[in-house]
Design a protein around this ligand. Sequence first.
Ligand code: AMP
Length: 228
Amino acid sequence: MPPQLNLILIGPPGAGKGTQAERLREDFSLPFISTGEMLRAHVREGTELGLAAKAHMDAGGLVPDELILAMAAARLDEDDTQDGFILDGFPRTTAQAHALDDQLRGEGRRITAAILLDVPDEAIIERIAGRRVCSAGNGRTHNYHVDYDPPKHEGFCDQDGTALVQRDDDRPEVVKHRLAVYHEQTAPLVAYYEEQGLLRRVDGTRAPAEVHDHIRALIATLRLEDSL
Ligand code: AMP
């Protein structure tokens, strides 16, 4: 059996993780697992988890680890992760990273690489102000930017034709808080994966197509290394 390709995308909000994960899903037919998308689905459906998570999400804070861990663990154990997975937005704290390591180790699996999409805060603020997402609401959200990655027909998703909207937590005052939370709670994961030799840095300020090419080249190298 070929080794699994188990990837983690790390980066501040608006670094392009969702955009890249969508492209990578098409390239590699691996499941793209976004805990943010999963939580938004819970909020839409009004589940107990959704109700507990909503206030944290609206405020731009993190949903407590104990709520996230069970949801993520169950998702990673679904059948479609047999060849690997692409994680976006998880892990987001050191406690989550440890829990993920423990789960994978227990199942004889391991992380192949943690890819950091590096983008400075000033660029993030500008990007998020222009970010629009489609309202398909089926867990397959497509992302656009009004200037840098506009849809063919203004205001509507190219893929499913639904209206484009701004995420509630993309409002400027919430974005500043999300960035602070990223630096405080998620950025330590960069050192965590670097120490394990798993970190790969990508310049996330480049155009989406260039970032995509860089990640594909990286994955090709990882596969080669793994098959040696
Ligand atoms: P995202 O779509 O990844 O930007 O996530 C949106 C929001 O969902 C975040 O601002 C958090 O409130 C929450 N969230 C998503 N993933 C996690 C996670 N792994 N741990 C804690 N909170 C999360």
